[in-house]
Design a protein around this ligand. Structure first.
Ligand SMILES: C=C(O[C@@H]1C=C(C(=O)O)C=C[C@H]1O)C(=O)O
Length: 453
């Protein structure tokens, strides 16, 4: 970068419908007017990025550190006017990182030209100029008006594909959405699970997470923006992410940093909601919190996070007992962990530095990490790409939110998207149950794509 970026953040006031609001909605997902927009949305708030001012791509074991160094340099050089100084205001990068250090997939930070955000009911926008000129307040407001008015938002399931009016899933009218196997068919994947169980029983490792992929082809086109809007609408308690071709709605937070406070949401232990129908209200509690297998799996996941976070923390707290996270497709055993970050050499670590220390947790890899990682490569026969890798954003101060890219997929062409789902395997795991669990985890994306299963 020869010319430093110049950024201006403008407070757009409270967001909401009706007179007196510059942003005429309090639901950020309805501002997903551009199919290529980058986004991070939860309960109608978050950020959407339009256009591109800068980008960094990287592979390998140092991907987080190299990306962090690039970002620090970029923002150090930039001229920033940010009267708000909230987490997410000022220059912001969306990011997605490969799960594996050996992946060919390009990890990336993408810095949009325009970021539109809502936080605690207040809207703001940041415009970045790459040509050395200072953005004016008028230019920021004009840019927001432009992205909101053109092109018009399409209907859910829209794009070139017509949808069946009144269909609860918006099933495609031409009935041509195809669901095909990924790198391993169902039987071979269950064989891999059985092999994983034997290796655990043999004492090689304690827990292993095995994933598989399926390919969805939609001849009328993958309507990326419509998929994201549907996920944001149906899965309000998840973080809905869209970074280039990677889209999904994750319930799992690797690390969230605001100033000196870091938070994580650890999940492990899953129950398909369909299996809970008619079983009584306390069924999820009994099956998840009351099961030694699920509690064991969960304990391993928490341990892996807290041990990795401890060197960066002055204090850490978590509830004694995990809680049940209720999503439209599954129940999870969940724990929130909060840490007060320590200053190291006069600085609080950036969210990306923490990602470097925490990824991969046992929730998506296993324990011990290196044994599980090698076994994943041996058994899955899959390059996970960005699936189960960190996805999120960071700002100039290092604040950020990095979810784990679960319950999502990668758009591979105009008409094809590859979906990924995995399960924690312990000694008591049964391949058929794990296969069923992957289908429950594919469900948010399948439904957003107009497929029911
Ligand atoms: C690996 C996935 O999910 C992870 C595995 C879970 C489990 O095995 O119970 C639960 C949540 C996630 O930590 C996935 O969704 O693909």
């Amino acid at each position: 970068m020869t010319t430093p970026l110049r950024a201006l953040t403008v407070d757009l006031g409270t967001a909401g419908p009706g007179e007196g609001h510059f942003l005429p909605t309090d639901d950020l997902a309805s501002c997903l007017t551009d199919p290529r927009a980058q986004c991070w949305i939860r309960r109608g708030e978050g950020h959407i990025g339009f256009g591109e001012a800068a980008r960094f791509t990287v592979t390998g074991p140092e991907r987080f550190i190299e990306a962090e160094a690039w970002w620090k340099h970029l923002v150090l050089e930039a001229e920033v006017e940010d009267p708000l100084r909230h987490p997410g205001t000022g220059p912001l990068a969306f990011g997605s990182f490969a799960f594996s250090k050996t992946s060919h997939h390009l990890s990336r930070l993408v810095v949009p030209e325009l970021v539109l955000g809502i936080r605690d009911g207040r809207a703001w926008a940041t415009l970045l100029n790459a040509d050395g000129t200072r953005p004016s307040e008028r230019a920021v407001r004009d840019a927001v008006v432009r992205v909101l008015s053109s092109p018009a938002p399409r209907q859910p399931g829209g794009g070139a594909v017509r949808t069946t009016a009144g269909s609860p899933t918006g099933a495609v009218a031409d009935g041509q959405v195809r669901l095909g196997p990924g790198s391993l068919g169902e039987q071979r994947w269950m064989d891999a699970v059985a092999a994983g169980v034997s290796r655990i029983a043999a004492g090689e490792l304690e827990k292993l997470v095995l994933a598989r992929d399926v390919l969805v082809e939609r001849p009328g086109g993958i309507a990326r923006d419509a998929v994201l809007r549907r996920l944001a609408d149906a899965y309000r308690d998840t973080w809905v992410y869209g970074v280039d071709g990677l889209v999904g709605a994750t319930p799992e937070m690797l690390i969230q940093v605001e100033g000196r406070t870091a938070q994580a949401r650890v999940l492990a232990g899953t129950l398909d909601r369909r299996d809970a129908v008619g079983q009584g209200l306390d069924y999820p509690e009994r099956v998840l919190a009351g099961s030694a297998k699920q509690r064991h799996e969960h304990e391993i996941a928490i341990q892996s996070l807290t041990v990795a976070l401890a060197p960066f923390s002055e204090a850490m707290s978590a509830h004694e007992e995990p809680f049940i996270l209720e999503l439209p497709n599954v129940f999870h055993l969940a724990s929130d962990v909060k840490a007060e970050l320590a200053e190291i050499e006069g600085h609080v670590p950036t969210s990306l530095a923490l990602v470097n220390a925490l990824h991969p947790t046992a929730a998506v890899c296993g324990t011990p990490t290196t044994v599980a990682g090698a076994l994943i490569r041996e058994l899955e026969e899959l390059d996970r790409g960005p699936y189960a890798g960190p996805v999120g954003w960071l700002d100039a101060a290092g604040n950020g939110e990095w979810g784990i890219a679960l319950r999502g997929g990668v758009i591979e062409s105009e008409t094809a998207i590859r979906l990924y789902a995995g399960c924690g395997i312990v000694e008591a795991s049964q391949p058929t149950a794990e296969l069923a669990e992957t289908w429950a985890k594919f469900r948010p994306m399948l439904e957003a794509l107009g497929l029911e299963r």
